[in-house]
Design a protein around this ligand. Structure first.
Ligand code: HEM
Length: 409
C-alpha cells in the first residue's frame, strides 16, 4: 500500500486546482499511502478519516506525553519559538487535559447565545458589502467577489465579536495569512520568518488590547474571555492571546474560501445555480453541499501517540498522518453520486468541520455567516456572472482562489 505512483503533488498548481482525480485513485487503490514528499501516511476514505479524527491514540500534538526527542523528532528550531508559543496556547494544538480545560473555558464565553446575538449584525454586514459590490460593478466592469464580500464579511464579524477597534482591522488578515502559512506542507525558510514576525506583532498587539480590556471591560469576547472563570480556573495571559489569535484566524480563513470556492462551483454548475436561484433548494442545504464538493480545508494532520494498524499497515508511534478531508467528502461509499454537485443533497455527513474533540467550535457562526452572504447575494444580485476564469492560490491545505472576478448585471 506504499508503492503507488499516484499523482498526489500538493506543490503543483494543477493538483491544487483539481486534486479530486488523484484522491479517487488513492481511495480505490491505496487508502493508506505513505507520501514520499513528507513521509506522512495519508488517509483518503471517509470511514478512515472520520474514525481517526475520533481515535484517542492520535493527537494534534504529542507534547503532553513526550518530548520531541523521545518521539524521535528534532527539537523546535529556536527561531520559531514565538510562533510555537502562540500556537500551543490555543486549544487547537493541545490535547487533553489542557484541551478539555481550554475548550470548556472558551465555550463559556463563546456560547450559542453569543452567535445568536450577533446574527442581525452579520446580516447587516452582508447587506452593506453586497451594496458595495453592486456599486463597484454598476458600470458593468468586473469586481472581485473575494476582496469585496467573501473576505471582509468574516473578518468584520470575528473582529466585532472580539472587540478589535475598526481602525486596526486591516492588520488582521495579513497577520493571519502569514501565520497560517506554517500549516502548509514543508513551509519555506521565508514563510517561517514571515510567520514568526506576524506572531510577534499579533501577540504584542493582543497583549496590550487584553490588558486594556481587563482594566475596563467592554461587551466583547476579549473582555468575556479575560473574566471567564471555571472552578477557580482561568485562562492565563498567554492562553488568552493564543485563543484570540485562534479565533481570529480560524474565524475567517475557511469562511472566505467557502464563499469563493462555493461561487466558483456554482458558476461551473449552472443548472444547480439555477435551482438555487429559483428557490428549489434551501440556501442552508446548498452551503453544506458546497462545503462538501470543494472542501476549503483539504487536509488535517495528526501524530500517532500509540502504534496503530489500519488496512493491514502498521504505523508506529511518533509518525505523522494526513487526513484528506477533500477526499473523504468525495467518497462514494458515503455520498451517492459523489462527484456530482447536488445542492439538495440530504443527508450530507461531510467532514469539513472535522470530528471528535477538535470539532470546529465556530461551526454555528460559520453557518450564520455563509447563510447571510449566499442568501443576500442570490436575492440582490440575480445577474451575478463570472467575468474570468479564476486562479488558485498556491496553498493546498487552506485552499482558495486568488480572486473571483464577476459582473453584477
Ligand atoms: C466554513 C468555515 C469553517 C471551517 C470549514 C472550519 C473547519 C474547522 C476544522 C476542520 C476544525 C478541526 C481541525 C482538526 O480537527 O484538526 C476546526 C477547529 C476549530 N475552528 Fe473552525 N472552521 C470554520 C469556521 C470557524 C469559525 C467561524 C470559527 C470561530 C469563530 C472557528 C473556530 C474554530 C476553533 C476555535 C477550532 C478549534 C477547536 C478545538 O481544537 O477544539 N472555525 N475548524
Amino acid at each position: 500500500m506504499t508503492g503507488s505512483v499516484v499523482a498526489f503533488d500538493p506543490w503543483s498548481p494543477s493538483f491544487v486546482a483539481w486534486p479530486y482525480d488523484a484522491y479517487a485513485e488513492l481511495r480505490e487503490n491505496s487508502p493508506v499511502w505513505q507520501f514520499p514528499g513528507t513521509g506522512q501516511y495519508l488517509f483518503s476514505r471517509h470511514a478512515d478519516v472520520d474514525a481517526l479524527l475520533r481515535d484517542r491514540r492520535l493527537g494534534r500534538s504529542y507534547l503532553h506525553l513526550a518530548t520531541h526527542e523521545e518521539m524521535g523528532h528534532e527539537p523546535d528550531a529556536p527561531h520559531l519559538e514565538p510562533f510555537w508559543t502562540l500556537i500551543r496556547n490555543g486549544m487547537l494544538d493541545v490535547e487533553p487535559p489542557d484541551h478539555t480545560r481550554l475548550r470548556r473555558l472558551v465555550s463559556k464565553a463563546f456560547t450559542p447565545r453569543t452567535v445568536q446575538r450577533l446574527t442581525p449584525r452579520v446580516q447587516e454586514f452582508a447587506s452593506d458589502l453586497v451594496s458595495e459590490l453592486l456599486d463597484a460593478g454598476s458600470d458593468g466592469s468586473p469586481v472581485d467577489l473575494i476582496s469585496t464580500v467573501a473576505e471582509p464579511l468574516p473578518v468584520a464579524v470575528i473582529a466585532e465579536m472580539l472587540g478589535i477597534p475598526e481602525s486596526d482591522r486591516h492588520l488582521l488578515r495579513p497577520w493571519s495569512a502569514d501565520i497560517c502559512g506554517m500549516y502548509e506542507l514543508n513551509p519555506s525558510a521565508s514563510a517561517q520568518a514571515t510567520a514568526v514576525r506576524a506572531s510577534i506583532e499579533f501577540t504584542d498587539y493582543l497583549v496590550s488590547l487584553a490588558s486594556e480590556r481587563r482594566s475596563s471591560p467592554g461587551d466583547d469576547l476579549i473582555s468575556a474571555l479575560a473574566s471567564v472563570v471555571d472552578a477557580g480556573d482561568q485562562l492565563t495571559d498567554g492562553e488568552l492571546v493564543g485563543t484570540c489569535v485562534l479565533l481570529l484566524n480560524a474565524g475567517h480563513e475557511a469562511t472566505v474560501n467557502v464563499t469563493g470556492n462555493g461561487w466558483w462551483s456554482l458558476f461551473r454548475n449552472p443548472s444547480e445555480l439555477a435551482r438555487l436561484r429559483a428557490g428549489e433548494v434551501g440556501v442552508g442545504t446548498a452551503i453544506e453541499e458546497l462545503m462538501r464538493w470543494d472542501t476549503p480545508l483539504q487536509m488535517f494532520e495528526r501524530w500517532v501517540l500509540e502504534d496503530i494498524e489500519v488496512h493491514g499497515v502498521r504505523i508506529p508511534r511518533g509518525t505523522e498522518i494526513g487526513l484528506l478531508f477533500g477526499s473523504a467528502n468525495r467518497d462514494s461509499a458515503v455520498f451517492p453520486d459523489a462527484a456530482r454537485l447536488d445542492l439538495g443533497r440530504f443527508p450530507n455527513p461531510h467532514i469539513s468541520f472535522g470530528a471528535g474533540i477538535h470539532f470546529c467550535l465556530g461551526a454555528p457562526l460559520a453557518r450564520v455567516e455563509l447563510g447571510a452572504s449566499f442568501e443576500t447575494m442570490i436575492r440582490r444580485v440575480p445577474g451575478l456572472a463570472l467575468a474570468e476564469t479564476p486562479r488558485w492560490k498556491p496553498g493546498f491545505i487552506i485552499r482558495g482562489l486568488e480572486s473571483l472576478q464577476v459582473t453584477v448585471r
